[in-house]
Design a protein around this ligand. Structure first.
Ligand SMILES: O=C(O)CCC(=O)C(=O)O
Length: 274
């Protein structure tokens, strides 16, 4: 995560139907997935609406709270992230979290194959939390191959983030603000042009090069999001030495034992938890 501007920009919500694709019952997922790929290529971000059953997401949140009621508390060694009031906590893929719709949605897998190549991998899977009082993030991109020049803009993508909120994201608990097309065009500042409200059941995918900023949590409850990174198989997110207890991808042994070869290849970076 690299800052480009400490000013987070004005507080607005700004929807754009051209950056959203519906996966409601009856929609042809292959066609909708193809549209999502085109939008990601063009704008660097896409919202996949009605992708996941809200009841499954509620079960995931319940499981997380039951396992660790303090999941939202900062722990520098155990969590990943360097922004005040915001961190990613490790998760184990088990129980409700092991449902493929959660960590390996067929729609997201297909988007990954199109944008990141057939042998792309799940680089990480954790819980992105912003706590009440968390301020706006500075504008940043999540990663570039070459920081020192503008080469990334003309290269194909190497990684994308998938944010699957466990609560609705809005102007109170803080959605994410995006500067569309900044993955390919020169960033010129100004207000964000896509600041979507994200209902439970929707997911947001963004290119790692895209400029964005998580908005302040003005509510009174933590804002949990299932957050994963999908990447080309030769790319890895840099690790920070002080995050020595953070585990970026963990799968329960019983879940992993049920995987076929394709899923094992996709989760090749996982720690298997006995
Ligand atoms: O919290 C958000 O909405 C975005 C988080 C983010 O961009 C980050 O942690 O890099």
């Amino acid at each position: 995560m690299k800052g480009v501007d400490t000013d987070p920009g004005p507080r607005i919500t700004a929807d754009d139907p051209a950056v959203r694709v519906s996966f409601a019952p009856g929609v042809d997922h292959a066609e909708a997935g193809g549209q999502a790929v085109e939008i990601l290529r063009r704008d660097g971000v896409v919202v996949l609406d009605e992708l996941v059953e809200p009841a499954l997401l509620e079960a995931c949140l319940q499981q997380i709270v039951n396992r660790d009621a303090d999941y939202h508390l900062p722990d520098r060694a155990r969590n990943h992230g360097s922004y005040p009031g915001r961190h990613t906590a490790p998760l184990v893929i088990e129980g409700a979290l092991s449902h493929p719709a959660i960590f390996a949605s067929p729609v997201v897998r297909e988007i990954g194959r199109s944008l990141l190549g057939p042998d792309n991998v799940l680089e990480s899977f954790g819980l992105l939390v912003s706590v009440p009082g968390a301020p706006d993030q500075g504008r940043h991109y999540d990663g570039l191959l070459f920081e020192e020049n503008n080469l990334d803009r003309v290269l194909p993508p190497v990684a994308f983030a998938v944010a699957m909120p466990l609560v609705r994201l809005d102007e109170v608990n803080g959605t994410t603000a995006f500067w569309k097309r900044s993955h390919r065009n020169r960033y010129v500042g100004g207000p964000p042009d896509f600041v979507p409200v994200v209902p439970l059941g929707s997911a947001v995918i963004w290119d790692f090069r895209l400029i964005h900023s998580g908005r302040a949590n003005l509510g009174d409850a933590p804002r949990p999001i299932l957050f994963s990174v999908h990447s080309r198989n030769w790319w890895m997110q840099p690790e920070r030495e002080w995050e020595f207890r953070y585990r970026k991808l963990q799968i329960a042994r019983g879940v992993y034992d049920g995987f076929g070869k394709r899923m094992r290849d996709f989760t090749v970076r996982a720690d298997i938890i006995d």
